[in-house]
Design a protein around this ligand. Structure first.
Ligand SMILES: [Zn+2]
Length: 133
């Protein structure tokens, strides 16, 4: 897990959405995460949302190869935004942001593997195996 400095921008730009540094994934998903924060911040700032709406990210991370997001608070609108970003992560390389991407595993022996969503170039470079034919 790299601790890329570029996620620092997001904490600085959206301080109301984070009480701690809780993004733990490679930076290929940066744009997805940035756009998700932007959409939620705009929604919270406008009068469209409940004045007392509480919202905070618990974590944004890679888990079992896919984008995994947990929040405190929010409402059905923030849930829709988060769901659509999670969906985007399924087809976006975690390393470079390239599309299409799909889930690959780190070895032929699935029980000892870990999983990553990768573009074909990164799957080849990292010696990952295709899961689905
Ligand atoms: Zn890639």
């Amino acid at each position: 897990m790299s601790d890329s400095p570029s996620y620092g921008d997001i904490y600085e730009r959206y301080p109301d959405l984070f009480s701690k540094n809780c993004i733990d994934c490679e930076t290929g998903w940066y744009d997805i995460i940035e756009q998700m924060c932007s959409a939620i911040q705009i929604y919270i700032d406008t009068d469209l949302s409940d004045d007392n709406l509480e919202f905070e990210f618990e974590y944004i991370r890679e888990k079992f190869g896919v984008l995994d997001i947990e929040v405190y608070g929010g409402d059905h609108i923030t849930d829709i935004v988060i769901d659509s970003c999670t969906q985007l992560g399924y087809s976006t390389c975690e390393y470079c942001g390239e599309q299409p991407a799909e889930l690959y595993c780190s070895s032929k022996y699935k029980q000892w593997s870990y999983y990553k969503t990768l573009c074909l170039d990164h799957a080849i470079e990292l010696y990952f195996y295709r899961l689905y034919k």
